[in-house]
Design a protein around this ligand. Structure first.
Ligand SMILES: O=P(O)(O)OP(=O)(O)OP(=O)(O)OC[C@H]1O[C@@H](n2cnc3c(O)ncnc32)[C@H](O)[C@@H]1O
Ligand SMILES: [Mg+2]
Length: 213
């Protein structure tokens, strides 16, 4: 941090008090929780997941990634009495006007079956014809909320193209479909460290670190 003598923002003071304290990761997605724990690793914060605290999964009624991240973070902070970090993310496909977007989890159905969701994406692109664009991007909105209702949010994005059939069994969700720009392997084939070097989540996280940690 640069400068001296300036008053720290309330959020900054709060997160400083966290270390080595606790932060709720307000997500019920084990793949995301794993990635966020890895990203938090260097900062001496002890994360606890919403699932470990038995927090309910809120209905995602927002119409944007940020709105959904915010409602998940606020609910977890309110119920736990701890600061909470939520992630709302998804795959946006150009040929599908940005779908599945904020509905990315819902395209996998109640069984959260991403083989089904990836097939749905592929079928929808194929229905647009052989010349349909295969360009896509992942978006991640992170919201950091405190029990007093203070909330800050950050967004990251990574561009790429979609392959078929799915490639690799690393990562989670739509990772096997997505080849980031400038690379020739999918997120599903990549080392977690390589994904963290460029992912939408890592980019949103870098902004959070710059602003808050
Ligand atoms: O809401 P929480 O409890 O955090 O878990 P979720 O799985 O429902 O998460 P979202 O509502 O944010 O839905 C986003 C979906 O987009 C997909 N997604 C997000 N980030 C991804 C990534 O890095 N790689 C692959 N798929 C991703 C993933 O399948 C998620 O289920
Ligand atoms: Mg969700």
């Amino acid at each position: 941090m640069s400068g001296s003598g300036d008053e720290e923002a309330p959020g900054r003071q709060a997160i400083r008090k966290l270390a080595p304290g606790r932060l709720v990761i307000a997500s019920h997605n084990p793949g995301k929780v794993r990635e966020i724990e890895a990203l938090l690793g260097p900062y001496g914060i002890q994360p606890v997941s919403a699932a470990a605290l038995d927090l309910p999964e809120p209905e995602e009624t927002g119409t944007t990634f940020v709105a959904n991240a915010e409602l998940k973070a606020l609910q977890a902070a309110d119920l736990s009495g701890l600061p909470a970090l939520a992630d709302d993310s998804g795959l946006c496909v150009d040929a599908l006007n940005g779908d599945p977007g904020i509905y990315s989890a819902r395209w996998a159905g109640p069984g959260k079956d991403f083989a089904v969701a990836m097939r749905r994406v592929e079928d929808a692109i194929a229905a647009k014809g052989p010349d349909a664009s295969r360009d896509a991007h992942f978006v991640c909105a992170l919201a950091l909320a405190w029990p007093d209702g203070h909330v800050e949010w950050f967004e990251g994005r990574v561009d790429g193209t979609l392959v078929w059939p799915p490639r690799g069994d690393r990562g989670f969700g739509y990772d096997p479909l997505f080849v980031p720009l400038g690379h020739d392997i999918s997120f599903g084939e990549m080392d977690p460290e390589a994904k963290h070097a460029m992912s939408h989540r890592a980019r949103a996280f870098a902004q959070l670190v710059a602003a808050v940690l």
